[in-house]
Design a protein around this ligand. Structure first.
Ligand SMILES: Nc1ncnc2c1ncn2[C@@H]1O[C@H](COP(=O)(O)OP(=O)(O)OP(=O)(O)O)[C@@H](O)[C@H]1O
Ligand SMILES: [Mg+2]
Length: 313
């Protein structure tokens, strides 16, 4: 079942098309990643989907409800962590969580239990009595994300939730998200850290200049756009003319930065690797080290955005 469906969704600010006719469909119980360069329209999309702003045109259905007609019903069932920090300066960490639970009418016992759970999951126990104003940026961000888990939601929107988090806090948050999704939550999240998207997302969409330019699983995107792999081979010092020996093999880009390191870029890496190994063996040249690096989501992101900019101009 889809819990987010948007059709021909647009939002303009004067002559700027912040979101330009996008279609989205996100399945329940999944993690959907929304990627794109600065100013691409990610935050605007999140604000549209969470009913914080109204679209210029298009339709939005959230959890089976028409979000344009029934924004308040939608808001009861969703959570959102915006990119802009938001906090009450004089409230303590634990009171912030507590207050959120009260706002959403979470029953007292459940509320207390959740506060304790979230304080420990988000590593806030030691600073539970501190005022938000006195926290570091990363600590404040953790409180901002943690409080969304105080109430019962079916769908959570996160706009760059890991900004400012140190590596262990980041991993902690990602793993907590994974656990919540196993329990049935759906997540729509944006990030600039593409490793994060690769680690977490079932599906990702790439948006550029208000338009969606690719949607797929991270693996399918790699198949479609990133067949090229990089192979690195290190061989011992040799008097043989390696370049001369390998020059026969076609369909690859080869780079001898020193006599003993060979870097190969090819769309047909298995084939090319096989040929090179045969040549090296036939010439009695041993291999000291060999590695094949798959394409990362980061490289695909750069390619897809570059292609889309080129085709627009
Ligand atoms: N309230 C507004 N008034 C005018 N223009 C706006 C407004 N909000 C956003 N925009 C413009 O819409 C475009 C999309 O902005 P948006 O914040 O959605 O980008 P983003 O993908 O979230 O970028 P970032 O990665 O920097 O967060 C930008 O060109 C931005 O300047
Ligand atoms: Mg943004």
């Amino acid at each position: 079942m889809s819990c987010i469906v948007a059709n021909s969704l647009s939002k303009s600010y004067g002559s700027i098309m912040a979101v330009d006719g996008i279609d989205l469909s996100v399945n329940s119980g999944k993690i959907f990643g929304f990627l794109g360069p600065n100013g691409a329209g990610k935050t605007t999309t999140i604000k549209l989907l969470t009913t914080l702003i109204a679209p210029t045109s298009g339709t939005i259905n959230i959890l089976g409800m028409d979000a344009i007609r029934h924004p308040l019903d939608v808001r009861k069932k969703i959570g959102v962590v915006l990119q802009q920090p938001s906090y009450e300066p004089t409230l303590s960490v634990e009171k912030s969580l507590e207050k959120y639970g009260m706002m959403w009418n979470v029953e007292r016992k459940t509320r207390k239990d959740r506060v304790e759970e979230l304080l420990s999951v988000f590593d806030l126990q030691e600073i539970r009595k501190m005022k938000n104003d006195d926290l570091s940026i990363g600590q404040r961000r953790r409180v901002q994300v943690a409080r969304e888990f105080m109430h019962d939601i079916e769908l959570l929107f996160l706009d760059e939730p890991t900004v400012g988090l140190d590596p262990s806090a980041r991993r902690g948050l990602l793993d907590y998200i994974k656990k919540k999704v196993k329990e049935g939550l759906t997540i729509f999240f944006t990030t600039h850290i593409l490793n994060e998207a690769e680690y977490l997302c079932d599906e990702v969409a790439i948006i550029n200049k208000g338009k969606i330019i690719a949607v797929d699983t991270p693996n399918e995107l790699k198949n479609k756009f990133g067949r090229e792999k990089t192979i690195k081979i290190r061989i011992p010092e040799t008097k043989k003319d390696i370049r001369g020996l390998l020059i026969d093999t076609k369909d690859y880009e080869i780079d001898f930065n020193s006599g003993t390191n060979i870097t190969i870029r090819s769309n047909d890496s298995e084939e090319v690797l096989l040929k090179i190994l045969q040549i090296l063996t036939a010439n009695n040249i041993s291999i000291e080290d060999l590695s094949v690096m798959p394409t990362t989501l980061e490289e695909i992101f750069l390619t897809v955005v570059k292609n889309s900019n080129a085709s627009n101009n």
